[in-house]
Structure formats: structure tokens, C-alpha cells
Design a protein around this ligand. Structure first.
Ligand SMILES: Cc1cc2nc3c(=O)[nH]c(=O)nc-3n(C[C@H](O)[C@H](O)[C@H](O)COP(=O)(O)OP(=O)(O)OC[C@H]3O[C@@H](n4cnc5c(N)ncnc54)[C@H](O)[C@@H]3O)c2cc1C
Length: 438
């Protein structure tokens, strides 16, 4: 294979990988584009962070770059027939304990958007939406940001639909577990080897393996003898717990038109943004916990890194008691004592890849030609699904704008995580009772 005849192997069928495949096959309809994932795209349950009942699709960013990209993505969610059926414009209700609301509003103004976005005093905001957030915790809240243009997406359904569209356009989908990347004698990446022994070759290999990315790079460093492949301090795999409650008919009526809720915290308060999403059509209400935890384990002899549990499903449905308790505490921050008897139907640990700045990594890998990264959703990547691939293709072709190239680079200066409330804040084993096992 030569670069005159490029072919693309994308490892990981989450939003980073699928969006990349979608943009590639539209630009190069005759190219060989292969997605490989350990789970079938239409499986009942997947480990992908992108596979979920719902994800927040908001453009309420104080970072101007992500604000602009989120608006670009949201416009597609609202208008393109491929995405539009999955988007629900319920609005966002965001308690702000810092100047977040004003920063977001300023960004929207500077970007020339006149979206329906305002900041209200607590006393006024808590009366909105039939007072459903009247029992929330408003300690330290300065004002509440309301953005009626934001909302949520039926995440797994949208992922399945876009993947299906990719296949119709000619993308190949291989269900297999990738064991390690493959290299030629000059150290260039030539594809990947599956655990079955099958080899998939390509001129361009894009690792979009989400939380598994650092582990896959460790395995590849070991098999190739190239330690420069390792992620090192750049990427941290971490999990967070979500919970779902089945509402009864009366409760469902009460909450069915609610907006997405966010409790916003500052670094001093030591909590991430805690979100709650409107009920699904079956009346299940979802929210997430406040613990974002690493799982440091020995992935190879003498190599300790954070990695999801080494089972086919990352043990995502085996949620120990202390993490279920985290869900109870987060529920109380929103719904107060009246929610104590809600019937909990699901708990899940969802794994993602993080950088200290919450910036993505969309970049060539500096240790091997032909190898690229598209990852590090950092707990906020889903909403960019409709545009991620556009930027990955620009990266593959050396056409990213200089600011994005620098922001998403594999090799860059990164500040520590002290100002980032969304960065992992605990080690999983420390959160568990001594008798709990994962
Ligand atoms: C609880 C939770 C809530 C979130 N809420 C939001 C939200 O509301 N809004 C938002 O915008 N973002 C949200 N995010 C973040 C968002 O979900 C992620 O950033 C994004 O989905 C990451 O996409 P990805 O493609 O990088 O990874 P993933 O979706 O995890 O996909 C990676 C894929 O790689 C595959 N893979 C990994 N290793 C291998 C291997 N060795 N062989 C074969 N396949 C492999 C996996 O099977 C998986 O399908 C949330 C994340 C979590 C955890």
C-alpha cells in the first residue's frame, strides 16, 4: 500500500471513530475505510462512553473554542435529517457558583449568536419549569444560567444510526478486539493485530479507543519495543457512575418537560459539574455522581496505569455500594428528600479518556509514521459527534488551523489539573469498602 492509495483503519466505534469514518467516506467514497470495535455497532450493550440513553448536547462553554464547535455541532443536530431525530431541545438549567454564566453569555455574544440564553437570580430561576428544581442545593449559587437552545440527544440511537449510514456509504465494520498496533521495520504503523491473530492493514491508523487508548498504546509499546508510543502523563482513563430511576406515571408527568440540569462547582468545592437529564420516553430519569475515578492496575508486568477493568464489558454494570451511594448524594443535590423512594433501575460505570485541560487529542503520534490519535473526550466529547470527523480529517491532511493543532496536539505543554473540576479526583479502590470487589 502506498500513500497514493490511502486506506484507513479506525480503532474504536464511538463518536470520535464513527464521525471520522463518516467524514472520510463522504470525502473519499472509493477509499478503504474500516472501523474495528470489540462490540458490534448494534449490540444490546456496549462499553463505549458514546453508547448511552442520553447525553447533554449544549453549547454553554466558557472556553471559546469549544463554544464555537458546540454551536457548529448543535446546528447540525437541529437541522441535518441524520441527527435531527435524536436531538431534544429541552434547554439547560445551570446553577453557577462562579462567573461561568457571564462568561458563556459573553462567548455567545462574541460569536454573534442571539440564542435564548440568560442568567437569572436563584429566587426567580427556582420557580421555573413548575418548580421542579425548587428542592435543589443552591448553596453558594450566584445565578442560574438558562439556555433554551441547548438540550440532549438519544446518544446510543444516534451512534447506531450514523454507523449504519457509514456502512451504507461503504465503510467496513469489523467486530474484534485489537491486541496491539502493527509496525514495519522502519517503525511506521501499518495497522493492528486482533486478539484472534487477524491483522488489519492500512496506510493510516487512527486510534479512537476512548478509555482503552493508554492500555492499547502500552501493549503496542511492549510488542514493538518502542517505548515512545506510551501515553505517559498525556492521557488518564477514568470512570464515573450514572444512575437511572424509573418514574411512576405521576412523576413522569411532572418531569417530562424538564430541561437538562447542571450543578456547577468551583475547584475549591472539589466536585465536577453534576448533571441530570430529562426522562427517556420510558420514564427513566438519569443523573451522574460526583466521583471521577482512576483504576490503576498492572496492565503488563511492571506497568501500572489507569485502565478499565480487564473484562469484556469493563464490569460496567457491577457497581459497588459506595458508588451507588455517590448516586444517591447527587440525586439529593437536585431533587431533595422527595426523591428518596425513587426506584433505581440502572447503575453503570462509564469510562472515558481525560487530559488535564479537558482538551481532545486529535493529532499524529510523534513516535510512529502513519499513526494518529482521535480521543480524550474528557467527559464532554459526545456533543461534538457531528463535527469531530471533520477536524480529524483536517488533522490527517495537515490542514487543522494552527490554534486547533496546538490545542489538540499529542506533544504540548499541559498545565496541571488543579483548575479542572472535571479531572479524575479519586482512585476507585479507595472509594470502595474493603470487602467490595470489582
Ligand atoms: C457518564 C458519562 C456521561 C457523559 N455525559 C456527556 C454528555 O452529557 N455530553 C457530552 O458531550 N459528553 C458526555 N460524556 C463524554 C462522552 O461520552 C465521551 O467523551 C465520548 O463519548 C468519547 O467518545 P470516544 O469515541 O472517544 O470513546 P468511546 O465512546 O468510549 O468509544 C471507544 C470505542 O473503542 C472501542 N475499543 C476500545 N479498545 C478497543 C480494542 N482494544 N479493540 C477494539 N475496540 C476497542 C470500545 O469498544 C468503544 O466502542 C460523558 C461521559 C461519561 C462517562
Amino acid at each position: 500500500m502506498t500513500s497514493d492509495n490511502p486506506s484507513y483503519l479506525i480503532i474504536g466505534g464511538g463518536v470520535f471513530g464513527v464521525s471520522t469514518a463518516y467524514y472520510l467516506i463522504q470525502k473519499y467514497p472509493n477509499a478503504s475505510v474500516t472501523l474495528v470495535d470489540r462490540d458490534a455497532y448494534d449490540a444490546e450493550s456496549r462499553v463505549a462512553a458514546s453508547w448511552d440513553w442520553n447525553k447533554v448536547v449544549r453549547a454553554d462553554y466558557d472556553d471559546k473554542v469549544y463554544c464555537r464547535l458546540a454551536l457548529e455541532a448543535q446546528d447540525i443536530f437541529k437541522s441535518d435529517p441524520l441527527w435531527q431525530p435524536y436531538f431534544h431541545q429541552t434547554g439547560v438549567y445551570w446553577t453557577c457558583r462562579s462567573s461561568y454564566a457571564q462568561n458563556v453569555i459573553n462567548n455567545h455574544k462574541e460569536l454573534g449568536r442571539d440564542d435564548d440564553i440568560i442568567a437569572l437570580p436563584v429566587s426567580e430561576a427556582r420557580m421555573l419549569y413548575g418548580g421542579i428544581f425548587d428542592n435543589a442545593d443552591y448553596t453558594g449559587v450566584k445565578e442560574v444560567l438558562i439556555n433554551r437552545a441547548s438540550g440532549w440527544a438519544a446518544a446510543g440511537d444516534a451512534l447506531r444510526a450514523v454507523t449504519k449510514r457509514c456502512l451504507e456509504l461503504g465503510v467496513k465494520y469489523v467486530t474484534a478486539d485489537v491486541a496491539a498496533l502493527q509496525f514495519n521495520g522502519r517503525g511506521s504503523c501499518t495497522g493492528a493485530k486482533m486478539k484472534s491473530g487477524r491483522v488489519l492493514s492500512a496506510t493510516h491508523t487512527v486510534v479512537a479507543a476512548g478509555a482503552f487508548t493508554p492500555t492499547l498504546l502500552e501493549m503496542s509499546a511492549a510488542t514493538s519495543g518502542n517505548p515512545g508510543l506510551r501515553a505517559g502523563e498525556r492521557i488518564l482513563a477514568a470512570g464515573i457512575t450514572t444512575g437511572m430511576a424509573q418514574l411512576n406515571e405521576e412523576q413522569h408527568q411532572k418531569y417530562r418537560d424538564m430541561p437538562v440540569g447542571f450543578q456547577g462547582y468551583t475547584p475549591d468545592e472539589g466536585k465536577p459539574f453534576i448533571g441530570t437529564l430529562p426522562p427517556t420516553k420510558d420514564g427513566e430519569l438519569k443523573w451522574w455522581g460526583s466521583k471521577i475515578f482512576t483504576n490503576t492496575r498492572e496492565v503488563l508486568p511492571g506497568r501500572h496505569i489507569s485502565s478499565p477493568p480487564p473484562t469484556f464489558d469493563y464490569n460496567q454494570w457491577k457497581v459497588p455500594g459506595p458508588l451507588k451511594q455517590d448516586i444517591v448524594e447527587s440525586r439529593n443535590l437536585w431533587y431533595g428528600p422527595a426523591s428518596a423512594d425513587w426506584e433505581m433501575t440502572k447503575h453503570r460505570i462509564c469510562w472515558d479518556a481525560f487530559t488535564t485541560t479537558s482538551d481532545f487529542i486529535i493529532s499524529p503520534h510523534s513516535a510512529s509514521k502513519g499513526l494518529y490519535l482521535a480521543t480524550c473526550g474528557s467527559f464532554h466529547g459526545y456533543k461534538f459527534f457531528p463535527v469531530l470527523g471533520k477536524y480529524v480529517v483536517q488533522m490527517l491532511e495537515g490542514e487543522l488551523s494552527p490554534d486547533l493543532e496546538e490545542k489538540w496536539a499529542w506533544d504540548r505543554q499541559r498545565p496541571d489539573s488543579s483548575e479542572n473540576v472535571e479531572y479524575p479526583n479519586a482512585e476507585m479502590k479507595h472509594l470502595l469498602q474493603p470487602t467490595s470487589k470489582l
